[in-house]
Each structure stands twice: as structure tokens, then as C-alpha cells.
Design a protein around this ligand. Sequence first.
Ligand SMILES: Cc1ncc(COP(=O)(O)O)c(C=O)c1O
Length: 440
Amino acid sequence: MSANPSASDLEALWMPFTANRQFKANPRLLARAEGMHYWTHDGRKILDGVAGLWCVNAGHGRKEITDAVSKQMATMEFAPPFQMGHAGAFELASRLIKLTPGDLDHVFFTNSGSESVDTALKIAIAYQRVRGEASRQRLIGREKGYHGVGFGGISVGGMVNNRKFFGAMLPGVDHLRHTLDLEHNAFSRGVPEWGAHLADDLERLVALHDASTIAAVIVEPVAGSAGVVLPPKGYLQRLRAICDKHGILLIFDEVITGFGRLGTPFGAQYFDVLPDMITSAKGLTNGAIPMGAVFVRKHIYDAFMHGPQNAIELFHGYTYSAHPVACAAALATQDIYEREGLLTRGAELAKVWEDAVHSLRGLPHVIDVRNIGLVAGIELESRSGAPGARGYEAFVKAYEKGILIRVTGDIIALSPPLIVEPAQIDQLITTLREIIRATA
Ligand SMILES: Cc1ncc(COP(=O)(O)O)c(C=O)c1O
């Protein structure tokens, strides 16, 4: 592989969620990664402020993962997952359910967050049918939600650009209102005090559609991709209570919040709310090999385990479900998390992190700072008539100054690897301060 792609190489690739022409005019190429850092193709060291893309929770270049993957490749590179199995899949499933709360004790493997979401939505509808409630087919998402890019995910998702180009979506979907409210909650430290009642919006949808038509509600406990939107205190508890009252399943999309991002293994534990399913991916394998997992509660799994022994209970799965190499990567990742205490490290660093990110308050154009666990959102005021321009400028300046951040419109999102040291938090925020000051 050459270090620098030619102009025609650059042209051949249609890059995802990227301004292709702008990028190709001035490419940002990463060549190597280790620990908390990337190195660019021209040798510059970049501090990773976003764990790659919310996934490299144990930091880059972990030798145990590389070794486990190489060993698995040499032993058995593929095993068919339908009507066949391999030990690593079962070992991983049983290992993972030790991390999940309550009776979320069955796992279905996928290859990405998007597939996890589609899987959970399908299980929800099928579950309602097998328990004799076949009229419950409606899915409820939330404005500003991001649930990946499958048709199920964009249908329940609530980000307009991810939806508006793609036609009619799944039928029968509705959305709760979102929980972002700067008027009441700007510069809250941790979860905002105001807004638990926003969960009552589900009662409005029940009144409109009737509970007998609703299969499930899906929300991110903390919305990441829309720009770090936190649940107000008590909101998720209230959502759970309303779902229980009406026989509606509650799905937490924990593709970002899973695997230690908030200082607990899952967001469900952070908020002490037990959903019926959890979708995950990203940190499951430290981002090293694509893999996702859906955790379901016992009553859901059990509801399918009826009928003749030879009947396939769920007509769903992927060629690469529980891929042996992904399982090996995930098992090695879980070893690292456990040995280094990374799934709770976010809680130890949360105060240092909170103080650091809130020190950006008062800088030009900063209209909100939001934080939880090892996540932060810094919202910049949009330039008149040019939403996203200020955010993009900050992103490019950050890259030039040696830090990798993520922007959604004019909101900067930070989510460093969970191995981050306080001195690196300081470096990240000090550099970001200079960048925000320099971004007119
Ligand atoms: C909450 C959530 N769900 C689903 C996804 C989709 O995951 P993937 O890109 O692996 O399909 C993401 C990705 O960022 C996410 O944040």
C-alpha cells in the first residue's frame, strides 16, 4: 500500500458522510496509530479526542487484540453461523452478559451499529407477534436520534439530512420530541435538571396511535451523533415507566454509550434503568474488527423458544454474525477492559473531564457545554446563513494543531479513548481553547 494515494485513487473512493470534493482537494490522511495518538501520512502526531469514531476505547495498537486476531486467522478464518457454531461465539456471549444489567442475558451478534439497530427493531416487532400482540408494529424513535443508516435506523432516527433524501422510510414510525433545550439547560454539568416531563411525549403518541399499535421505543440514553444530547434527570426512568404501563418495549441504542463511555459498562447502569434490549457495536472490539451485538432480556428470548425443536425461531442473521475473527478481537478487548478497569475509568476521570470542558465557557461563540462520563459537547453559535461553517473550520484547525475532534454542524463532540491521562485532557482542552479563540 502506498502512503500517498494518487489523484485517481482519491477519485475512485466515494467516502461516507464526507464532503468528497472538499476532502479530495486537501486530504487528511492517517497512517499509523498507537495509544492516544494517530500519525498523519506526513508524520504529524495527532491526539485522538474522539476514540477514532467513539470506538477505540482501549486506545490504539493494542497488541493483545492484534495477536488474538492473527491467531484466529491462522486457525479458522470463517465459520458459518447458521445451523453451525464455534466456541468463541458462545464464550463471547456468555462473557458479555456478565457486563449487562438485570436479565439482559441473551446476545445476537451483528457487524455494526446499524445492523444491531435493525436487528433489535425486527426482534421487537416479531416478539409482539409471538406473544399474541401482532397489531403492535409501530416503532417510536426520537427527534435528533441517530440509529445508523439502515432503513430501520433512519426511519426511527431523527436527523433530517439522514432522512430527507431517502424517500418514504418505514411506515408506522413516529418520534418523541428531543431533549435539547439551551434556554433551560445551557452549561449544565452532567445531566440537566430540567426536562424529565419531556418523556410524557410518549403518552401523547399513545393517545394518538393507541398502545395496541406500538411495538417499541428506541432512544440513545445519550445521543452522540446529533451533538451530545443528554437525558434530563429522571427522563429515562419516566420513559421506562410509561413503556411498562402500555406494554411497549424500550430499546437503548448504546452503540456509543456501551463499553465504558459513561464510566459504567453500559448507559443502562449509569442511569439505573433496565431497557428490554440494548444495541451495541464500536467499543465491543475496540473498533479493531467490525462487530455489533444486541442484548435482549430473558422474557424476549424465551417468547421465541416455543414450537417444534426443529423450527428456526428467528428468521434473521448475517453471514458474518459472530465472525470468528471478530469474536477473537472482542474477547481480547474485553480482557483489556477488565484488566485495566477501563469500563469504570470514565467515572474516575469524570470530574477532571467536567472541569476541563467547562473551562471553555465564556469563549467567543460558545453557547453551551454539555458533559457526561468521558463525553462532551461544545456548541458554537452558527454563523448567520452558514450553519456548520464555524464547526468545520474548528475541525480543520484542530487537525492542523494536532488534535482530532468531531463536529456535527457547529457542535464539537469529544470522547477520548478511556485510557486518556489528565495531562492529555489538559492538552486537548488547551489546544481546543486556542482553536475556538482563533475561529471567528
Ligand atoms: C447510537 C448509534 N447507533 C447506531 C450507530 C451506527 O453504527 P454503525 O456506523 O456501526 O453502523 C451509531 C454510529 O455512530 C450510533 O452512534
